[in-house]
Write a protein that binds this ligand. Sequence first.
Ligand code: MSP
Length: 516
Amino acid sequence: MKPAFYITTPIYYVNDAPHVGHAYTSLACDVMARFKRLDGFDVKYLTGTDEHGQKVEKSAQAQGVAPKEFTDRVSQNFRDMAAQMGYSNDDFIRTTEERHFRSCQALWTELEKRGEIYLGAYEGWYAVRDEAFYTESELTVGPDGKKHAPSGAEVEWVKEPSYFFKLSAWQDRLLAHYEANPDFIGPNSRRNEVISFVKGGLLDLSVSRTTFGWGVPVPSNPQHVMYVWLDALTNYITAVGYPDQTGDYARYWPADLHMVGKDIIRFHAVYWPAFLMAAGLQPPKRVYAHGWWTIEGQKMSKSLGNVITPAALVERYGIDAVRYFLLREMPFGADGDFSHRSMVGRLNTELANDLGNLAQRSLSMINKNCGAVLPVPGPFTDDDKAMLDPARGLLARLRPAIDTQSFHEAIEAVWVVVRAANGYVDRQAPWALKKTDPERMGTVLYVLAETVRCIALILQPFMPTTMGRMLDQLSVPADQRDFSCFDKPLVGGTPLPPPQGLFPRYQDPEAEEAAK
Ligand code: MSP
């Protein structure tokens, strides 16, 4: 049986329209999911929408509709984003679904039964935008004279009866868990940040609210709705069938990876493992927090009007160029900036010139000079071997990079081979061999085609559509595109279809002018 691999995105707040930040988290998961599927894993890739809480209730009110009607409408925007960006998620969960109510209430009941939850009263600060509680010492006073959370969100004073989760009792066990599982939190900077936060001491966490009703009712006391983060985090086990612990739960839980942005690491690496351990369940294997995008040097915000939607990007540059750019531009885990100029630069240089031309010129020569049939190679020279060995070594090279979410490193490793192949064509000059040594020309073109095959196979997770077309042009059968066929070389004598350009250059007078 194939090994299981369970990967999740955060579930998105439906009050916001999908933007490039959301697209980014899901894209990283999609690339991992596709890579693992091609590499022989039974993958479950989950995404969805976070539909409860005060923030969503307020957005519905502002539009004058009932929350359910509002969430039904806006949740669809995130399904559309998945289709626009080519995500291969296996499930899409909504927290308003019946399966999720059942799961949340079962988890609550278990926590209560184990004495991990008690009734009290909360009095303190709350930021609706973050759906998070803050202590006085975390707050600063803004230029508007109002108090703000470290995220910049406004806070309000809340005083109401509330259930509490005994988080304070989990400090030592959480620290022991981080210690025993060094890979539990990535990257390392976030791990250190979480450890020092937990070492600083944990307060019991308010986990229910009574002043609004848009949430999952507390089973033993339906005056209360569950805190939206307890509800939201539970989605990860709902989707594998909890409270049933056989079937998918047994197969996929604990999740291999929760991918999140840096702003929500605390919920995933502190609260969530504590809830799970307190309920006698296993914590996820790993939580990875990536960085944030700015746009042309500025924070993305509705008020600045610079929010970029995935749909607009895809329409302008093409789906695979966008997918490539987002994971290539900044080291995963760090922050980075999205600029039109940089997007066009990479599209034209790395995709159109480096990769597109490599494939195009190799395949065109085969088409013109070899009767559109892949040549049967003669003996390989040292230079041929120096080209083929690293190309065939790409799978082994990329596995550890993908497993540690080093996407830009993975892409760079492929580009080392792409650039080497361009150097190899120039050195071997197959066009000149046509008259002098046609057999040698055949071998050189075969080496190039085989190199392109390895590149296209390994890049499928990043650029599934274009790499699929590249493999079509090499006549690689559909059932020989997974990584178990990585070592299965092209067969000389195979007819090839006429080549077509895959990455048209982006013509943009504005950017070209600016680049001068
Ligand atoms: N609903 C919660 C998550 C609950 S998970 C149990 C939430 N939703 S969100 O819609 O606000 O954010 C979802 C993801 O988008 C987060 O991982 C966040 O980091 C990411 N991004 C939002 N803006 C971003 C950028 N500007 N750049 C990169 N990622 C960003 O939080």
